[in-house]
Design a protein around this ligand. Structure first.
Ligand code: DGY
Length: 322
């Protein structure tokens, strides 16, 4: 008999066919208040889960006694408690690599958009304000030749460093749990203590994953270290930055601006002061959101689940197995 799995995100027909060729698939487009009970009921007999953007907590796992594998269609694993999954004998798999370049592009889009005031200037034209040749009040600041501080030199950090060093002639500083000799060699990146990076960089880009250790790591103290001309970019998870502290710093003119693809609460509230600031470029978590990359992630996640339930070891397994 085929194993039963639950798919909790919309995927394209070819990915669905991949899953259906191997499993009995129960499908939900997402999980919300209206279908939560039906989802819980289906969990009793499920061996696999595949989807994204839903917190899979202990209450959900308690309802899934037969679960062997969870395949998230994301690189981020902050919707899960990996240690608890290990305790329960459930393997968690993610989708690294396939989204690295696209997410780094989003980071660079935010660096350029904030530095050159792209969104603000586009709004200015759209509003019919472009009546004569623009003056210094509409100028931005250069990106090329400046210093970029990257917080977290993993795959995405490395791809941002490549764009910065090789494409824009930027000096790259970085923090990481340990030095990254490959990035030092390829991009002349310099391993730097966080405080020194914040004091020195013209642009700071957050790429580190959200963990209990990184939550709130950029707070009022850290923001105060940044020079007033600096720009903060976040393409990782909103909660890594203390959002009220960022709002206060921007309101005080302590920073030139911020480019944010992610927020502490998503979707960000329409009332957030961040959305009223001209020097903030806010995006709806589009890091990996291209047709090609999202499709590649779904294929990778489907293959991860097939391999895991076939008992194969996967390099995309992220929690230690007992
Ligand atoms: C990821 O894969 O973690 C991206 O942030 C999309 O959620």
């Amino acid at each position: 008999m085929q194993s039963k799995i639950i798919l909790y995100k919309k995927v394209s027909n070819d990915v669905l066919a991949m899953l259906k060729a191997r499993f009995q698939v129960t499908q939900f487009d997402t999980i919300n208040a209206t279908n939560h009970d039906a989802f819980i009921a289906e969990l009793a007999t499920a061996e696999g889960l595949i989807g994204a953007s839903v917190k899979i907590d202990a209450a959900i796992l308690d309802a899934a006694p037969n679960l062997k594998a969870i395949s998230t269609i994301s690189v981020g694993i902050d919707q899960f408690d990996p240690a608890d999954l290990t305790q329960r004998g459930i393997v968690l798999l993610n989708t690294p690599d396939v989204l690295t370049q696209t997410t780094a592009d989003t980071g660079f889009a935010l660096i350029l958009a904030t530095a050159r005031r792209v969104v603000e200037m586009a709004d200015y034209v759209r509003a019919g304000n472009w009546k004569h040749s623009i003056g210094p009040d509409c100028f931005g600041t250069d990106v090329q030749g400046k210093t970029l501080g990257i917080i977290g030199m993993g795959r995405i950090g490395g791809a941002v460093a490549r764009r910065a060093a090789l494409g824009f002639g930027m000096r790259v500083l970085y923090t990481n749990r340990s030095p990254n000799p490959a990035a030092e060699q390829a991009y002349s990146a310099r391993f730097t203590a966080l405080d020194d990076l914040l004091k020195t960089a013209d642009f700071v880009c957050v790429t580190v994953p959200l963990t209990p250790e990184t939550q709130g790591m950029i707070g009022a103290r850290e923001l105060a270290l940044m020079p007033a001309h600096a720009i903060l970019i976040n393409i990782s998870r909103g909660s890594i930055i203390d959002e009220p502290a960022l709002i206060a710093a921007l309101e005080k003119g302590q920073l030139r601006g911020a480019g944010l693809d992610v927020f502490a609460q998503e979707p960000v509230s329409a009332d957030s002061p961040l959305l009223r600031m001209k020097n903030v470029v806010a995006l709806p978590h589009i890091g990996s959101a291209t047709h090609e990359t999202r499709h590649g992630m779904a294929v990778c996640a489907a293959q991860n689940l097939i391999d895991a339930l076939d008992g194969k070891k996967s390099t995309n397994a992220v929690n230690p197995q007992r």
